[in-house]
Design a protein around this ligand. Structure first.
Ligand code: MG
Length: 158
């Protein structure tokens, strides 16, 4: 059996926060605002995985009203999502994600994001793709107010 899932997430860019994408600390004058570490890439990937498994979304599993998730390492939350999938017999076929950000330049950091995500999903890095694009200075990503990530995931089970 195969199942497809989609994830989308947005976080606001602010001063005084770290910019963490796929578990990678990216040097930048702004960081993403959120209850957890605000790792918008990992959040979109988790939502794609949960979507494919018809298990809801991260808001349901990790409510931002719960102090347990304050400052949480999103890769640890991904580990939890993987346990939920494994309980249902799912393994990851592949994941593809697109980071939408005007700045900073992300190309140098994408391989490490890919490796981190693959490691936490227990798959080969060849099964994971992370790319980045700008929106040509249009909209909230274009002005640098925030970052968005789109992700799709394919799950397989025997
Ligand atoms: Mg989020």
């Amino acid at each position: 059996m195969i199942r497809i899932g989609h994830g989308y997430d947005v976080h606001r860019l602010v001063e005084g926060r770290n910019l963490i994408l796929g578990g990678v600390l990216v040097p930048y004058e702004f960081g993403l605002l959120g209850h957890s570490d605000a790792d918008v890439l990992t959040h979109a990937v988790m939502d794609a995985l949960l979507g494919a498994a018809a298990l809801g979304d991260i808001g349901k599993h990790f409510p931002d009203t719960d102090p347990a998730y304050k400052g949480a390492d999103s890769l640890k939350l991904l580990d939890h999502v993987m346990r939920l999938l494994e309980d249902k017999g799912w393994t990851v076929g592949n994941v593809d994600a697109t980071i939408v950000a005007q700045k900073p330049k992300l190309a140098a950091y994408l391989p490490e994001m890919k490796t981190n995500l693959a490691q936490h999903m227990n798959v080969d890095p060849e099964q994971v793709n992370v790319k980045a694009t700008t929106e040509e200075k249009l909209g909230f990503t274009g002005t640098g107010e925030g970052m968005a990530v789109h992700a799709v995931a394919l799950l397989t089970s025997k």
